[in-house]
Ligand binder design. Sequence first.
Ligand SMILES: [Zn+2]
Length: 188
Amino acid sequence: MRAGFPDFRLGNVLATSFTATLTERHGNAVERIPTPHRLVDWLEVNGLAVDSCTTAQLDLARSLRESIDVAATAAALQDALPASAVQVINGCSAEGRAAAILTPEGKRQWRLSSASRVEDALGVIAADAISIIAGERDGKLALCASPTCQAAFFDTSQSRTRKWCDMNTCGNRQKKARFNAKQRRLPS
Ligand SMILES: [Zn+2]
């Protein structure tokens, strides 16, 4: 596994792991797939290995990513889904020709129609986004409580009360901020 990206098999949701490749959308945004090569790395880590990626395919991937973020945010707020975002997600889903394959070990794998078909990988991600936005999966869409993040994430906790998209980043930062504020209030 390559470093730098979380592994979705540890319980992360594919679609929101993908939207998390742009962090701090409401602060100083950090792009984690700045080049086609980085998208290739991310896809490999997430079980969707491709052998190449063009800049046009990277642009398409980013357009899908932002559309998922917009639609998932609207769904979390129970707002109407923006038509343009829905169109991009549906377009990517319809373009995908990946097949679900059952391995002898009983695991699901995705087989792309060709190793250069980034569109197939995006189709799998789009279908995953559709399943969570449509409420087909056990969990609830929510928005990260960090004001500089506000990322839509999929809460699968039993109580559905998760506050942050990621405990290791936003959760930790908020805890530290609270701790520091408390320290400042203490008389010296
Ligand atoms: Zn967050």
